[in-house]
Design a protein around this ligand. Structure first.
Ligand SMILES: [Zn+2]
Length: 250
């Protein structure tokens, strides 16, 4: 090996080492991402609003779980942060029915508070369509994340809605604002080979060769990754601290 090629090899290795060592970790979006969004929201609430949302959250059946091992000083904040994960949590709770990924029937858009034991998975996203080859695209199904954010915001601000419903709506709103910021929660690609769309990336397979994982679905990637360059460092720290603590589910 010549001195020049050895120097180049060293340079390539050094560059590789820098890239590896400076690679930012993949931050989990799922619970931690939702809690980070909630932590940002909490930082923007005044004392009166914090008291009000705390009173509402106490009506949720999981409030005792959210406040396990918390001190009085931090309890309200941690409950608010953990509440953002509830719409995902009910997907695995036996007393909540999986009514599918597409809205069907009049119950899909109801807003009845905690008497509602449907999972409403179609509230988590909106399939705003686009086509890469001129294929026909359908309008997004309703209700969806956009319609529900409007519905819940209006209900929470209404004088004619019960606290039970406002509590339910608040927990959903905390979660859906996070979902709406996921690009693949807001679009679906249509083409002649995907006449029903790619379901927000769920039908797109990706492949990577390093380190060991070989393939996964794009939709899953979207849920698992978030922008590591986010400026919400303090809120992330708060959410990360909460995520690292025990929160035993039923
Ligand atoms: Zn969601």
């Amino acid at each position: 090996m010549t001195e020049t090629s050895a120097s180049m090899s060293f340079g390539v290795l050094a560059l590789g080492a820098v890239l590896v060592l400076s690679a930012t970790p993949a931050w989990g979006w799922d619970d931690e991402g939702h809690m980070m969004v909630a932590a940002v929201a909490w930082d923007h609430l005044g004392d009166a609003s914090r008291s009000r949302v705390t009173a509402l959250l106490k009506l949720n059946p999981d409030y005792p779980i959210w406040t396990v091992d918390t001190t009085l000083k931090e309890r309200d904040q941690i409950a608010f942060i953990r509440a953002a994960t509830w719409p995902d949590a009910i997907k695995s709770e036996a007393d909540y029915e999986n009514d599918g990924n597409r809205p069907e029937g009049p119950d899909a858009g109801r807003n009845i508070g905690y008497a509602d034991h449907l999972q409403h998975r179609y509230w988590h996203f909106i399939d705003l369509p686009f086509s890469t080859d001129g294929a026909a695209v359908p309008p997004p199904a309703t209700p969806n994340v956009q319609t529900q954010i409007h519905t819940f915001t209006a209900a929470i601000g209404s004088h004619d809605v019960s606290d039970d419903i406002k509590s339910y709506d608040l927990v959903w709103l905390e979660h859906l604002v996070g979902d709406a910021h996921q690009p693949l929660h807001a679009t679906s690609r249509f083409s002649s080979s995907l006449p029903l769309g790619d379901r927000g990336g769920n039908l797109v397979a990706l492949r990577q060769t390093l380190p060991r994982r070989t393939s996964f679905l794009l939709g899953r990637y979207s849920r698992d990754e978030q922008n590591p360059g986010s400026s919400a460092g303090r809120s992330r720290e708060t959410a990360g601290a909460v995520a690292g603590r025990s929160c035993h589910r039923r």
